[in-house]
Write a protein that binds this ligand. Structure first.
Ligand SMILES: O=C(O)CCC(=O)C(=O)O
Length: 316
């Protein structure tokens, strides 16, 4: 799986109305009628304080009073669009996009409240992961078994898509760094028009990988007829020769990747996770680097502007 350890700073942050696992809402009506005991009052006050601290921690901006409207920006066509819409549209068109107009916490809130046709579901890496995960380089010894960190430690990681172990991987991955970092995130865009051969296209569609997902596993090709890329060498193992060729091909693409540099604190990078692979560079010299990550499923991703049609290799 494409994760490092979740640092202690990743204490769960949730905007109001955020749906929790198992649907456990903060308070039920019957509870709220009962007078809380002294102990309960103290605990409630503590919880509230902690929530506010987390809130401040996640967004140094004035998010204690949630905004009435999501951050808005004039789009190319002169219409007002939300920052999230623009990010998504650009990522869909170009593979990835970036903004400094909103923090990751703002965008999480915006995804939560978005009411214009699309809706978003947060995809957690593991059932216990918070919606916004904080990723830090982790040595092989301290990393969870079978994670990319267990395989590569703080060194450079291989290109992968996020959530490849989920039956339905996220459409979009938002990464953000609060600090400038000299460790780049490498990006490589999959494009059927630029494959080395027709047979590679065939291998991508028909090579079978075993995908480990928790205690179970399932089979999947790396590229599906629905034109979605799934690839993470941390949780996917080639089960036949075709998949082996695919793995060799995708692993070698790092040489053709683009380095995304974290030059502005708070910058957000949006990645089209079903078309673009990404990888952290070598973090041995920056062991305290932190990246925040939010993964989203978009209920009508096909409705978000598609890239212009390109002629692909024929599917044989
Ligand atoms: O840390 C980075 O630059 C990339 C993060 C990453 O690889 C991931 O989200 O899986």
């Amino acid at each position: 799986m494409s994760d490092y350890l979740i640092s202690p700073r990743s204490s769960e942050w949730m905007p109001p109305n955020f749906s929790r696992p198992n649907g456990d809402r903060p308070s039920s009506q019957s509870n709220s009628r009962r007078k809380p005991s002294r102990h309960q009052t103290d605990t409630l006050a503590d919880n509230r304080l902690q929530t506010e601290r987390r809130w401040r921690h996640i967004s140094p901006g004035n998010l204690l009073t949630p905004r009435a409207n999501p951050a808005r920006k004039a789009g190319d066509n002169g219409m007002l669009t939300t920052v999230l819409e623009k990010l998504l549209t650009d990522a869909r068109q170009n593979g990835w996009s970036t903004t400094t107009d909103a923090s990751l916490a703002d965008l999480a809130l915006e995804a939560e409240r978005y009411k214009r046709g699309l809706s978003f579901t947060h995809v957690r890496n593991r059932p216990t992961s918070p919606p916004i995960e904080v990723l830090t380089p982790t040595s092989s010894d301290n990393a969870p078994a079978r994670s990319l960190s267990a395989m590569h430690g703080e060194g450079p990681q291989p290109l992968h898509t996020d959530g490849a172990h989920h039956q339905v991987p996220p459409h979009i991955v938002l990464l953000s760094s609060r600090q400038i970092s000299s460790v780049a995130t490498w990006l490589w865009r999959f494009d059927t028009a630029q494959l080395p051969s027709t047979s590679m296209h065939h291998d991508l569609l028909h090579g079978v990988f075993t995908v480990r997902s928790g205690r179970s596993c399932f089979l999947s090709p790396a590229w599906t007829h629905r034109e979605q890329l799934r690839y993470d060498p941390g949780c996917m193992e080639p089960a036949d020769d075709r998949a082996q060729r695919v793995a060799t091909f995708l692993n070698s693409r790092i040489e053709h990747g683009t380095a995304f540099s974290w030059t502005t604190p708070g910058q957000v990078l949006a990645i089209d996770n079903r078309r673009v692979t990404h990888a952290r560079g070598d973090a041995v010299n920056e062991p305290h680097r932190t990246i925040e990550r939010l993964a989203l499923l978009v209920n009508d991703w096909s409705g978000v502007n598609k890239p212009p049609l390109r002629r692909g290799l024929p599917i044989s």
